[in-house]
Design a protein around this ligand. Structure first.
Ligand code: NAD
Length: 291
């Protein structure tokens, strides 16, 4: 099937990035958010991020203008009814996502594919609450979307081959690479990445190293482009904790228990870059380790 119109639900950091890459690839994009202010902010940040790509000669001023002209916004979810594909990228709460799909379903065309950018919620369970589990898939972009090459494609138990092929085609058109993952907690990337980050926090908690030595060890000793604690701050410590909880609950193995120090940072509201403090303090000129 031909996908031309894409609806994106949620204009946060992921929704912005997804709208950005879709529009550059030629799709017509309609972005929805409950919060009108988020929609305005979203367009401004897409504009700014595209400017950066123009400056580094990744795109031209003309392709930027054409892409921006393909993006529109709405606070009315029903407006997404004409979409060929809907990508849900709202807050990571199952009840929020279920409510979005329930409100959207009466307005959709029969051929519309539904997808979720969830990092951790079961695709099979989300799909089972809709009228089209065979046309429902996990479509997991990485942050920041315009930069990261990978998209995980997650089939629910009922997802049909045509839906998989259609989303695989979108990934190719975006110039990105797809990896197929089965629908188990954390899929592939977070199943491997989050326990490593959690272990880095345990290493800090037990005093084996401090923030600087742990990050330096993994950068210089394992050739990671960013240390695990700096990466955790970038992702958001609340997000890291909630994914560890999903792994712990879903796989019922104590090896996934979240580090108490990670919980403590989240309880303090030190969530990383977005609150200006996490394993590093970002309020000054340069990030300063908090331990
Ligand atoms: P975010 O908090 O930046 O944005 C979420 C947006 O959803 C907000 O603008 C909020 O107003 C909006 N929203 C909430 N309820 C809504 C509703 N009922 N209808 C429409 N919009 C609604 O979150 P994010 O980091 O962009 O994450 C979004 C999704 O992407 C989550 O499922 C998350 O797990 C997933 N994800 C996040 C990352 C990451 O690194 N942040 C990476 C991959 C996937």
């Amino acid at each position: 099937m031909q996908i031309q119109k894409v609806g994106v639900v949620g204009a946060g950091q992921m929704g912005n990035g997804i709208a950005h890459v879709l529009a550059l690839a030629g799709y017509e994009v309609l972005v929805n958010d409950v919060n009108e202010a988020s929609l305005g902010k979203s367009l401004a940040s897409i504009d700014k991020n595209m400017d950066r790509q123009v400056r580094s000669a990744k795109i031209t001023q003309e392709s930027k203008a054409a892409a921006l002209a393909r993006i529109s916004t709405t606070v009315t979810l029903a407006d997404l009814g004409a979409s060929d594909l809907v990508i849900e990228a709202a807050t990571e709460k199952e009840e929020v996502k279920n409510a979005i799909f329930a409100a959207l379903l009466p307005h959709l065309q029969p051929h519309t594919i539904l997808s979720s950018n969830t990092s951790s919620i079961s695709i099979t369970r989300l799909a089972s609450r809709t009228d089209r589990p065979e046309k429902f898939m996990g479509f997991h972009f990485m942050n920041p979307v315009p930069v990261m090459q990978l998209v995980e494609l997650i089939r629910g138990i009922a997802t049909d081959a045509a839906t998989y092929d259609a989303l695989h085609g979108v990934v190719t058109k975006l110039g990105k690479i797809a990896a197929s993952a089965e629908d188990f907690p954390g899929f592939i990337v977070n199943r491997i990445l989050m326990p490593m980050i959690n272990e880095a926090v345990y290493t800090l908690y037990e005093g084996v190293g401090n923030v600087r030595s742990i990050d330096q060890s993994m950068k210089l000793g394992a050739n990671h482009p960013m240390g695990p604690l700096a990466l955790a701050d970038f992702i958001g410590l609340d997000t890291c904790l909630s994914i560890m909880n999903v792994l712990h609950d879903g796989l019922a193995d104590t090896k996934y228990r979240p580090c108490p120090l990670l919980t403590k940072y989240v309880e303090a509201g030190w969530l990383g870059r977005k609150t200006q403090r996490g394993f590093y303090d970002y309020r000054g000129e340069v990030p300063v380790p908090t331990r």
